[in-house]
Design a protein around this ligand. Structure first.
Ligand code: G3I
Length: 322
């Protein structure tokens, strides 16, 4: 048995990627944060820095400061870098409000944005979430500024434009579509259509925010298999686990650990080789800021202390890695 020094070393020996969403300010100002990140994780995703709003302070300018900080950190420590996200309905630039745009204006803006951003990180980013959350919770196409201007073709164009300028794997990413359900059926139909139109898509990201319920691991595995049957890869891209007040299991950290374990087992069974948690430490998580009434410890670390969930993932990855 190899010396289990870190989650990263065990994951690497298993050929599995364990990642975390990264905040650029914490990376710059908190040594404990980046040391933990470097020691324990194989993959980084900028939590906000590569989104359109943060990148585009004005129509003709880009601010790559935060994005470069996270991407270069990943490269410096031989980590996989996931780009998140080129096209999304949230965190669009504030100046969009005043912009009297036309459909052609939107299309031109999006093309230039994707060519510029994905082109800049051509040799640095391994995987891009090209389009994020295009399906509404009822399974219909989400009404967004992109859909309104270009229809469903905005997805085809976005993947094509990214493919023009990067060798990264190109993913569609969404939430609430982790197991087999109405929304994941809609995602499946959307992607099947894109493949029929020869859109250059390589994979699907299942966010897996288990915040009010825990998607059944068996159903998640079934969902992964059906996308793999389309010739696509699948990654768990934004996992966190929290429980609603009044339904908090007594030993919720043990239950949380078992759930993380069951999802990693589903990954290992299905050939999904990447699981990213949406943050590094409980204290950095977006969850408490967005949801009152949920447990506030959805990740693998309490400060710098590894939690039962960390050890559960370590154990399941260590099994069979020797
Ligand atoms: O950077 C500004 C700061 O200058 C300003 O002072 C402050 C107060 O308004 O806001 C800061 O921006 C915030 C940003 O996080 C950085 O902290 C935004 O208001 C806030 O909305 C943004 O929240 C992010 C959220 O996406 C936006 O929808 C969360 O951190 C981030 O974890 C979350 O991530 C999303 C994924 O991208 C997609 N899937 C769901 C996931 C959770 O919502």
């Amino acid at each position: 048995m190899t010396a289990r020094t870190s989650l990263r070393s065990v994951a690497e020996s298993r050929g599995f990627d364990v990642g975390a969403a990264v905040d650029a300010d914490l990376l710059r100002n908190d040594a404990g944060y980046w040391k933990l990140l470097r020691r324990e994780f194989t993959t980084v995703t900028p939590e906000n820095a590569l989104k359109m709003g943060p990148l585009r302070p004005s129509p003709d300018t880009y601010d790559f400061g935060d994005a470069d900080a996270v991407v270069n950190f990943g490269l410096e420590y031989d980590m996989t870098v996931r780009g998140h996200t080129l096209v999304w309905h949230n965190q669009t630039p504030e100046w969009f409000e005043e912009w009297a745009y036309t459909d052609d204006g939107i299309e031109g803006f999006l093309r230039d944005h994707i060519h510029t951003v994905a082109g800049r990180y051509r040799d640095k980013i391994d995987v891009w979430d090209v389009v994020n959350e295009a399906i509404a919770d009822d399974g219909s196409m989400r009404e967004t500024v992109w859909y309104d201007a270009m229809g469903e073709a905005y997805l085809d164009e976005a993947f094509g434009w990214a493919d023009d300028v990067t060798d990264a794997d190109l993913y569609y990413n969404d939430y609430g579509a982790d197991g087999i359900n109405e929304k994941s059926d809609a995602v499946y139909d959307l992607i099947t259509g894109m493949l029929d139109r020869d859109v250059p898509i390589d994979g699907v990201g299942l966010q897996l925010h288990a915040l009010h319920d825990e998607p059944d691991p068996g159903s998640v595995a079934e969902n992964v298999y059906r996308f793999e049957d389309l010739g696509l890869d699948v990654q768990i891209t934004e996992m966190d686990v929290a429980y609603p007040e009044g339904e908090v299991p007594e030993d919720h950290r043990e239950q949380q650990a078992q759930y993380y374990r069951s999802i990693v087992e589903a990954c290992l069974d299905t050939g999904c080789e990447t699981l990213v948690t949406w943050g590094v430490r409980d204290g950095d998580s977006w969850v408490p800021g967005w949801f009152s009434g949920l447990t506030d410890d959805p990740l693998l670390f309490d400060g710098s202390t590894p939690k039962p969930a960390y050890h559960a993932i370590m154990d399941v990855l260590a099994e069979g890695s020797d």
